[in-house]
Design a protein around this ligand. Structure first.
Ligand code: GFB
Length: 310
């Protein structure tokens, strides 16, 4: 990828897309194609085709997606399926029609069967039933992987699929109903401390295990893979370590400095009991994560000190 190559980051205002843009700029890339969702609705096939025909990007990152935490996935099931299927389909096909040199499709660790053995290896895909809460999202992301592979097989396109674990970092979503657990906990503990509350309520039992990767590590891995990885199938990107939701809550509580108690809202779903990625393939390609969970959360929290969220 030459420094003046034309690079389209679909979803450059999101957490991963903005991280990619930051990273590529820092590496000296200068020629970006960027459209906000207001400027271009990626669900509109004609507009996507016109963009590719006019701009002819050479490299594409698909970081545009409808994303959210466990409750958002379960509530907006039709939108998670429709939006994600149509966005990725439009972009992948337009990339093929306009001879894009390389494309990276970003998925999610929820593509794996709900009760798959742990850690989750890439070859566990489609070996069992998916969890119910985020099945529409998972089905869309699996379709994206299969589409990249089919275009590679039939047309020889160099399209790669990258499956991140749960991510956090700058530009995350802090909406308490729609967000993922980590931003929700940071906000809840911060507000509880500020307001002198007695307790913070976490969803479910606290026993599910999750893995968390800082977005700067994620985009570092994406950059590495864009330069050095050219295979079909999928590649996991994670920390290789997980933590229970209860212990995550205790860690955030300590970092924020909240003195009160934890309570549980048992009406909310736990979701998949464990979701730890096997990152052997990624490590063999020459990449390892660098930001510890404690450092990552501390850094995010320090940047949010003046945040009001209202
Ligand atoms: O991060 P999260 O929403 O999504 O929830 P998933 C992870 C765990 O944290 C669940 C618990 O067991 C939640 O019940 N949890 C505790 C909370 N307190 C909270 C809270 O205040 N907010 C939230 N959101 N959770 C998503 C998938 O799964 O992960 C997506 O639904 C995607 O499809 C994404 O794959 C990465 O890790 O369960």
């Amino acid at each position: 990828m030459k420094k003046d190559a034309k690079i389209y980051i679909a979803g450059h205002n999101g957490m991963v897309g903005s991280g990619l843009l930051r990273r590529l700029k820092a590496e000296g890339y200068t020629n970006f194609l960027l459209r906000s969702s207001k400027e271009l609705d990626l669900r509109n096939q004609q507009l996507v085709n016109e963009l590719f025909e006019q701009e002819k990007p050479e490299y594409v990152f698909i970081a545009a997606a409808k994303v959210g935490g466990i409750l958002a996935n379960d509530t907006y099931r039709a939108e998670f399926l429709y939006d994600n299927l149509i966005i990725q389909t439009n972009v992948i096909h337009a990339a093929y029609m306009n001879k894009v040199k390389k494309l990276m499709f970003l998925g999610s660790s929820c593509i794996y069967p709900e009760l798959a053995p742990q850690p989750l290896r890439e070859d566990f895909l489609l070996l069992g039933p998916l969890g119910p809460t985020n099945q529409p999202y998972a089905i869309a992301k699996i379709a994206g992987i299969k589409m990249c592979d089919a275009y590679r097989d039939q047309y020889g396109c160099n399209y790669i699929s990258v499956m991140p674990t749960n991510l956090y970092g700058p530009n995350d979503n802090y909406d308490l109903e729609k967000s993922h657990v980590l931003p929700a906990l940071i906000r809840k503990f911060h507000e509880a401390k500020r307001d002198g509350a007695k307790e913070v309520v976490i969803w479910g039992t606290g026993s599910p295990l999750r893995e968390f990767l800082h977005v700067d590590d994620m985009v570092d891995a994406c950059y590495h893979l864009m330069l050095h990885y050219d295979e079909g199938g999928l590649v996991n990107v994670g920390m290789g370590k997980d933590i229970s939701i209860k212990n995550l809550a205790l860690l955030v509580k300590e970092i924020v400095g909240f003195e009160g108690d934890l309570a549980h809202d048992m009406t909310k779903p736990d979701g998949t009991p464990r979701k730890l990625l096997d990152i052997t393939k990624l490590e063999k390609s020459g990449w390892t994560p660098k930001i510890s969970l404690r450092d990552g959360i501390s850094q995010v929290y320090a940047d949010l000190q003046d945040e009001e969220w209202y």
